[in-house]
Design a protein around this ligand. Structure first.
Ligand code: KG4
Ligand code: ZN
Length: 344
């Protein structure tokens, strides 16, 4: 559908996110969050050690109506003030995405509003525009979530060039798997970070060498941790779980920082913006700053609540797309489990 809103002076978007285990809605007006509501399923999935897709879909269906109602009430905005509905259509768990997409389509149809389909990862990147309104392309995006790990150059508001991505596990996935080996609950990232504060990064960890300069691999690092722990346990030798967490964490974040800073230098870019759940990690923030500042490169991180899944970032990305003149989605919009990072 053609975009008749591109030049409208003030734009208000109602955004829905349901790609994994958070059901979220936000009302975003011109880069300002007027209201947001999020219902997390973490305590439910923690019982199973990870997200159970079928349970996630069911809980999205149970919670979405209330989440949307609460976000609208908090914002003081009515549906009449909303210009467009935005929804994450992928990537993510297909059943979970379908709840958000179906709800958004119903809302758009009932209130006669256009629908903007948002790529979840582009939403994570857009979280930086919410937090840092002065940010303008070009900049390097370091994408670090549970499903993706990549370094990209954001060339303008709608295009990015991927320079490196992971050959196997995403960094967040590696945090979650290592946490499990250490007997920590889901989601593992924040638990590893907490435990690592009590330990020292003193255990040697492998540093994957990839054929493509900016690519990542986390399976070797994960296996090294598993082997270390199993060997210690088999020999009944004592070991410090906190040292394992700290050693893994340092290895995991150092490679991210190295690739992002190397790419920024190679491209002559002065800003790195971090996107995705692992961006909440304090050690990543520290290490990236340590690498970047001496080279004159600034680092941007969204506040932690905008690093992990939320609907405000989806609303912000929808606003960026509308302003750029992107088409609205048809009512036949479908959820998509896997989307190449290059797509909008
Ligand atoms: O971006 P996100 O919320 O969801 C996806 O789009 O995947 O990322 C979730 C990932 C999980 O793997 C989680 O363990 C990780 O982000 N994470 C962290 C931290 N907080 C969340 N990893 C390391 N340190 C953290 N503080
Ligand atoms: Zn996410």
């Amino acid at each position: 559908m053609p975009n008749a809103l591109q030049d409208k002076p003030q734009l208000t978007v109602l955004a829905i996110e349901s790609s994994c285990d958070e059901t979220a809605c936000a009302i975003v007006r011109d880069g300002v969050v007027l209201g947001e509501s999020i219902s997390t399923q973490i305590p439910i999935h923690r019982l199973y050690g990870g997200v159970v897709p079928e349970i996630a879909s069911r809980n999205h269906a149970v919670n979405i109506n209330e989440v949307v109602r609460t976000a609208l009430a908090e914002s003081g905005v009515t549906m009449a003030d909303v210009d467009a509905i935005a929804v994450t259509y992928g990537a993510g768990l297909i059943g979970a995405l379908l709840v958000g997409v179906s709800y958004a389509k119903g809302l758009a149809y009932a209130h006669n509003k256009p629908l903007m389909a948002v790529n979840h990862i582009r939403g994570h990147i857009a979280a930086n525009y919410l937090a840092h309104p002065d940010l303008e392309p070009p900049y390097v995006a370091l994408i670090v979530s549970g499903g993706h790990t990549a370094v990209a150059e954001v060339t303008d508001y709608t295009h990015l060039t991927i320079y490196g991505s992971t050959a196997d596990d995403a960094v967040g996935e590696a945090f979650d798997k290592v946490a499990r080996v250490l007997g920590l609950p889901y989601p593992g990232g924040p638990e590893i970070e907490k435990l690592a504060r009590q330990g020292k990064a003193c255990i040697p960890m492998p540093h994957a060498k990839m054929a493509a300069k900016y690519d990542f691999s986390y399976s070797g690092l994960k296996t090294a941790v598993i082997n270390y722990v199993h060997t210690k346990e088999q020999k009944s030798e004592p070991y410090e779980r906190a040292d394992v967490a700290a050693s893994f964490q340092d290895a995991a974040v150092s490679i991210l920082a190295e690739h992002a800073v190397d790419l920024a230098q190679e491209r002559g870019i002065r800003t790195i913006a971090v996107a995705g759940g692992v961006g909440a990690n304090g050690r990543l923030r520290e290490v990236l700053n340590n690498y970047a500042y001496p080279k004159g490169i600034a680092t941007l991180f969204p506040p932690k609540r905008f690093c992990t899944d939320n609907a405000s970032m989806i609303g912000m990305e929808a606003l960026v797309q509308i302003r750029a003149g992107a088409d609205f989605a048809p009512m036949t919009l479908d959820a998509v489990a896997t989307i190449p990072l290059r797509s909008n």
